[in-house]
Design a protein around this ligand. Structure first.
Ligand code: GAR
Length: 197
């Protein structure tokens, strides 16, 4: 049995896609959803069983707990978690957590890194910057996580065109479609040991 957890700060639509992809897989358990945001949509999605009957507990944590204690590292170690999946998680992963789960944390970034990465480049800000820069393509990057925002080894990228008439919302839609098409599969491939750092 391989165990994963998902960290999410917002709507949680990627978390839901992953949940729906692995439900029924006897070898994979989604053990826990962790969020820093008590108002995150991912909490409601989890309470609804991700609309696929998958019941997953949710842990809401605050900044001092995350950055000044080892409670989360200890919890994840005690549960023998194999993979930490960031899906719209907006806080920097603290060095102690990166170290404790070296090569076992992955993130999805809604741009073609190294473009449009780093602090402040998240969610809708990215799509606005992409349109403002007149980019003709953008995409997604799935990568291992290190102590710096958006800098770990790249696992997978996929691109989509940006039309001159596209608004940031149009770009967001295309990006979500790419994320849903690829992130769940890549998560399972990493869990199955097919991809390593
Ligand atoms: C996703 O597009 C994800 O790539 C992005 O936030 C969105 C979350 O959507 N992540 C980042 O910007 C991380 N820097 P979701 O909550 O519906 O999955």
């Amino acid at each position: 049995m391989k165990k994963l957890v998902i960290f999410a700060s917002g709507s949680g639509s990627n978390a839901q896609q992953i949940a729906q992809y692995i439900v029924g897989n006897q070898h994979i358990e989604l053990s826990l959803i962790l969020t820093n945001n008590p108002a995150a949509g991912v909490i409601d999605r989890a309470r609804r069983g991700f609309d696929c009957g998958l019941n997953v507990p949710v842990l809401i944590f605050d900044r001092p707990t995350f950055y000044q204690t080892d409670r989360i590292v200890r919890l994840l170690k005690a549960q023998q978690i194999d993979l930490i999946v960031l899906a719209g998680f907006m806080w920097l992963v603290p060095p102690a957590l990166v170290k404790a789960f070296s090569g076992q944390i992955i993130n999805i970034h809604p741009a073609l890194l190294p473009k449009f990465g780093g602090k402040g480049m998240y969610g809708h800000h990215i799509h606005e910057a992409v349109v403002a820069a007149g980019e003709t393509e953008t995409g997604i990057t799935i990568h291992f996580v290190n102590e710096h925002y958006d800098e770990g080894a790249v696992i997978f990228q996929a691109a989509c065109p940006v039309e001159p008439t596209d608004t940031p919302d149009d770009v967001a839609q295309k990006i979500h479609a790419l994320e849903y098409a690829h992130y769940p599969r890549v998560v399972v491939e990493v869990l199955d040991g097919l991809i390593g750092q």
